[in-house]
Design a binder for this molecule. Structure first.
Ligand code: EPS
Length: 382
């Protein structure tokens, strides 16, 4: 399973095409829209989210609530497009439309105009905008539905916003309802209050704030991914997918960077046998991946998001039309989008896991994939 997207932030909409989708996945339209709504929410979101009310429309690949085995195409419309009809007209012309010429430090703006030869930063920012991640979330909902049928769930929570942090939680210690009910997706209400204060402080200062979130996948069987070829290794695939989300600057698994300062005996997870003879790990410091494959323990991926580069009190930049020192472009922005990025990362993780499960169990039909999973579990006693 893999996806591509098309569309601009203020064009008619975003399209996701998910290909290599097995036939027979039961899709729940409300689950897709619920994830889109989760991506939109979060304390610290900006004016755009008040305009949009994202829904996924199926353009192909689904009949009577089940995937057909062809590509699944999903459309998320941009309500805001109505306000940009002239500036974004595919067949119009540039006269009368002011170009954006003040590239924002930290955004794709400058590299994008250098790369493409455009003289209008809008040509770049329309596609580089994190609005595109709405389409990723719609695509990820197909992968989540596939995984759900194989007993795998993917969720996330926010661990840090600015200097307010819960410290590490294990997935078992995180109450999913508490995360759902929190407007910063934080499992600890006391820390959540500090996160909101930090966001308010940033808003007043014309600043933006980043943070750290965790994505966890549970119900995995061991051996998903691969050890034999670089392209098969699950941690590499997951890290690449999560790093493809705008503003993500780092990814770690389990104890991550902290293992660099510890001896091996305090890093690796002992293999133990339970009463039924099932081989599992006594601890989960690895974050559920050893040797490029799942261990069967929960997958724990942590990622850091930088503060959004669109600042209401902007940094200095150079105007690409005049060469003068000016303030960077700003229209509106989110003060903090860490809870939203966590939902996007769930989608990316689900898409990678779905593809890796297909490598192990088959690619064409759910009826055969579920049978393969039962046979695999039987063989390894899991
Ligand atoms: C976003 C939509 C964008 C921004 C934000 C995320 O909408 P607009 O450009 O119309 O304000 O709100 O993206 C950024 C701030 C960015 O720098 O990319 C969304 O749908 O998540």
């Amino acid at each position: 399973m893999r996806y591509t997207t098309a569309g601009e932030s203020h064009g008619p909409g975003l399209v996701a095409i998910v290909s290599d989708v097995p036939a027979g996945i039961v899709l729940d339209r409300t689950a897709i829209d619920a994830d889109l709504a989760r991506r939109q929410r979060g304390y610290g979101r900006g004016g755009r989210m008040a305009i949009e009310s994202d829904r996924a429309e199926v353009l192909g690949g689904v009949r009577f609530g089940r995937t057909l085995g062809g590509p699944v195409s999903l459309l998320v419309k941009n309500r805001d497009a109505a306000n940009w009809a002239v500036a974004m007209d595919p067949w119009g012309h540039a006269e009368g439309v002011d170009p954006v010429t003040a590239p924002r430090p930290g955004h794709a703006d400058l590299g994008g105009v250098q790369r493409t030869g455009s003289t209008d930063v809008r040509d770049i920012l329309e596609r580089a905008s994190a609005r595109e991640t709405a389409a990723r979330v719609a695509a990820g909902a197909v992968a989540k539905a596939f995984l759900r049928e194989l007993g795998v769930s993917v969720r996330s929570w926010v661990e840090r916003i600015g200097d307010a942090s819960t410290g590490p939680f294990s997935p078992a210690g995180v109450d999913a309802t508490a995360v759902d009910e929190s407007d910063v997706s934080c499992p600890d209400p006391t820390v959540a209050a500090r996160m909101r204060e930090a966001i308010e402080g940033a808003r007043e200062a014309g600043e933006s704030l980043g943070g750290v979130f965790v994505v966890a996948a549970e119900g995995l069987v061991p051996g998903v991914g691969g050890y034999a070829e670089a392209a098969g290794r699950l941690d590499a695939r997951l890290a690449g997918a999560v790093m493809s989300i705008p503003a993500i600057k780092g990814v770690e698994f389990g104890d991550g960077f902290a293992v660099g300062s510890r001896p091996g005996s305090q890093v690796h997870d002992e293999i133990v046998s339970d009463r039924s003879g099932r081989l599992h790990r006594a601890t989960n410091r690895s974050g559920g991946i050893d040797g490029g494959m799942t261990t069967g323990e929960p997958l724990v991926l942590r990622a850091v998001m930088k503060p959004i580069p669109t600042l209401m009190r902007p940094l200095k930049t150079i105007d690409i039309a005049t060469g003068e020192i000016v303030d960077a472009a700003r229209e509106r922005s989110d003060v903090c989008a860490v809870p939203a990025a966590a939902v996007v990362a769930e989608a990316e993780v689900a898409l990678v896991l779905a593809d890796a499960y297909q490598d192990l169990l088959g690619r064409a039909a759910m009826i055969d994939i579920t049978r393969s999973l039962a046979a695999y579990r039987e063989r390894i006693g899991w």
